[in-house]
Ligand binder design. Structure first.
Ligand SMILES: [Zn+2]
Length: 383
């Protein structure tokens, strides 16, 4: 069994449901310490974060991942138990196989091999792991670690995120940025009454309908070369008492913007509030910005290096995407780091019978190692 497969299986056996790390980080810290890394366990609240570094000073290359997984759902729906890694037909099955214990194992072993070959490398190579990526708020995960880095003055030049990004095979898609996510809870106040006496009531459903229609029709921006236009979606709309003869007194709507770098959260907030005001609603909006958009621009050193490595070692020209949800890269990018994501095929993530192709594990570690070597100027083939 290969070293990477072995480590991935060890991690899958640990039932690390968010935010429980279940000993994954201790296992990795033990290995990296043996390889000469300095390991810091940054525990915030009930979240474990591991910060392992080798070398000193700039440039700083960080590999970023998470040890937590989402629940398996009913275990009997799985062909083999989700926390017992199983190999069938060249695939490794288990919760976290794709998202992202294989990625964590590949990053760990790539780093071990990198420092064994280049013990005197320039700058710093590091691994940052959290046990709260899949949770709803991520308050004490990478978001909190980034605050710690800001306080301690830890700089990061390049951040390689190991989330599963590939569509069909390793190297066919990388993420060069992510859209921002801005949510709002809109509460519209009306006056409750009898449907037969509308003159004595004020119907919040009727009042909000034209405002929502306008919000849904607005073209917030045109996007740009790297991002599609900003989208606005209502996800929940609730009003009514259940009775057919009562005009409700209040209405609650949940909505979300996925936004490009061409719009700021402040601009979207102000424009949305102006529309609500124009429609004369008696309302409040509670805003939550869960992540600013970020982009590793074309020509960026990390982006170009990752593309070059995919072309040479995987024989594919990777699609350079900013699609999908958010990632922990959103907390590292504001520190001034260039962030790119490259990982295994994501087709089965969060599903029953989550799996990856075994032969891609070793290849992924090879890609990570080559990226490190090229960025830090060792054994780099010019391209
Ligand atoms: Zn993930």
């Amino acid at each position: 069994m290969s070293e990477i497969l072995d480590l991935t299986c060890e991690l899958i056996r640990r039932r690390s449901l968010t935010p429980d790390d279940a000993g994954c980080q201790a296992l990795i810290a033990q290995r990296l310490q043996r390889a000469g890394f300095h390991c810091e366990h940054l525990r915030f609240g009930d979240v474990d974060n591991l910060w392992a570094t080798h070398g000193q000073g700039a440039p700083v290359l960080v590999f970023l991942g998470h040890t937590d997984v989402v629940p398996s759902g009913p275990e009997e729906n799985w062909a083999s138990p989700p926390f017992e890694p199983t190999i069938r037909d060249g695939r490794l099955y288990g919760r976290g196989a794709a998202d992202m214990k294989s990625g964590v194992a590949a990053m760990t072993i790539a780093l071990e091999r990198f420092v064994a070959t280049h013990p005197e490398h320039p700058g710093t190579v590091a691994l940052l792991l959290t046990s709260d990526e899949e949770g709803p708020t991520n308050l004490d995960g990478v978001r909190r670690v980034a605050r710690h880095f800001r306080e301690t003055g830890q700089r990061i030049d390049w951040c390689m995120v190991g989330e599963p990004t590939a569509k069909e095979k390793l190297g066919d898609l990388i993420r060069v940025g992510r859209r921002g996510s801005l949510s709002g809870v809109l509460v519209v106040r009306g006056v409750q009454g009898h449907v037969a006496y509308p003159q004595l009531a004020r119907n919040p459903i009727h009042m909000v309908a034209p405002a929502l229609a306008e919000l849904a029709a607005v073209r917030w921006d045109d996007g740009n070369d790297d991002f599609p236009p900003t989208s606005f979606q209502v996800s929940n709309l609730n009003a009514g008492t259940g009775a057919y003869n009562v005009i409700p007194g209040t209405l609650v709507a949940h909505f979300n913007f996925r936004f490009a770098t061409s719009s700021s959260a402040e601009f979207l907030r102000e424009r949305a509030e102006a529309i609500l005001e124009k429609h004369g609603l008696d309302c409040t909006v509670e805003w939550n910005l869960s992540g600013e958009p970020f982009l590793s621009p074309a020509g960026g050193r990390l982006r170009e290096t990752v593309i070059g490595v995919c072309r040479e070692l995987c024989g594919v020209n990777p699609e350079q995407s900013t699609g999908g949800g958010t990632s922990d890269g959103r907390f590292i990018a504001p520190l001034g780091a260039e962030v790119v994501e490259l990982g295994l095929v994501n087709a089965s993530i969060h599903k029953v019978d989550e799996c990856v192709r075994v032969e891609e594990l070793e290849r992924l570690a090879g890609l990570y190692r080559a990226i490190g070597e090229r960025l830090l100027g060792m054994g780099a083939k010019k391209f």
